[in-house]
Design a protein around this ligand. Structure first.
Ligand code: FPP
Length: 233
């Protein structure tokens, strides 16, 4: 059996979920944000140590202004709740993404990261204004600077990983995407080298504990070889 230490989820389908109910897209995002809380508890209960959620990509800014602003308001109030409930929830919360572009969310993110860093429960990483290519470019830029300054001499994959936003976070064991699309959409491209993938039909607001258990079971049945061959072959 495999150990699911880090589950990463591409939250997709909030808009379609709302549309199917005759609701505005914003209502789908409200339901989606609520579901993040439910799934955090469920994941922790099942002994999974790391959960990463892809909430907003560098490309999502191209959505209509009123939708983007509704999503930003949701993040803002989610951060307030997390700051308030920091001790009770006991989660270690981090943001990955380009922090220079998140405006007034930044001080709240920094406060929450500081406040939650010594907690001992679930490690929740939220990807906001995140793009994997952008992350890799930033890392390459910083590595070039440090190389030029003589701070580093050899560039290998371990060192490269330390320059990414996900430094200190293990690579995801399972990357799951809801709502039927089968693509990575610029999420954790470097970190996904040996991840397992799972695509489920349910839109994110309908992804419940039962779906989570099905996903864990599917993951447990995967044969992870990391490029090696099975011993009995
Ligand atoms: C995905 O569905 C949702 C987003 C890209 C928007 C932001 C996500 C949330 C509000 C939930 C996470 C919240 C927190 C607090 C971490 P979509 O709009 O792409 O759905 P569609 O493909 O059906 O249009």
């Amino acid at each position: 059996m495999n150990t699911l230490n880090h589950l990463a989820i591409i939250l997709d389908g909030n808009g379609r979920w709302a549309k199917s109910k005759g609701l505005p897209r914003k209502a789908g995002h409200v339901a989606g944000a609520k579901n993040v809380e439910t799934i955090c508890r469920a994941v922790h209960k099942r002994g999974i140590k790391y959960l990463t959620v892809y909430a907003f990509s560098t490309e999502n800014w191209n959505r209509p202004e009123d939708e983007v602003s509704a999503i930003m308001k949701l993040f803002d109030s989610y951060l307030d709740t997390c700051i308030k409930d920091c001790e009770k929830n006991n989660m270690v919360i981090r943001l990955i993404g380009d922090r220079s572009g998140i405006g007034k969310l930044l001080p709240k993110v920094e406060l929450l990261e500081e406040k939650s860093k010594n907690n001992t429960g679930l490690n929740l990483t939220i990807a906001i204004n995140y793009g994997s290519r952008n992350e890799i470019c930033h890392a390459a830029e910083k590595i070039a600077e440090d190389y030029k300054a003589g701070k580093i001499s050899e560039i290998n994959d371990e060192l490269f990983s330390d320059y990414l936003y996900t430094k200190d976070i293990p690579d995801p064991d399972l990357i799951l995407r809801t709502s039927g699309e089968q693509r990575l959409s610029n999420f954790l491209l470097w970190q996904a080298a040996y991840s397992e993938f799972l695509f489920v039909e349910k839109p994110w607001p309908d992804f419940d504990e039962k779906e989570l258990d099905k996903a864990i079971e599917a993951y447990n049945n995967r044969d992870r070889r990391y490029g090696k061959i099975k011993e009995d072959n």
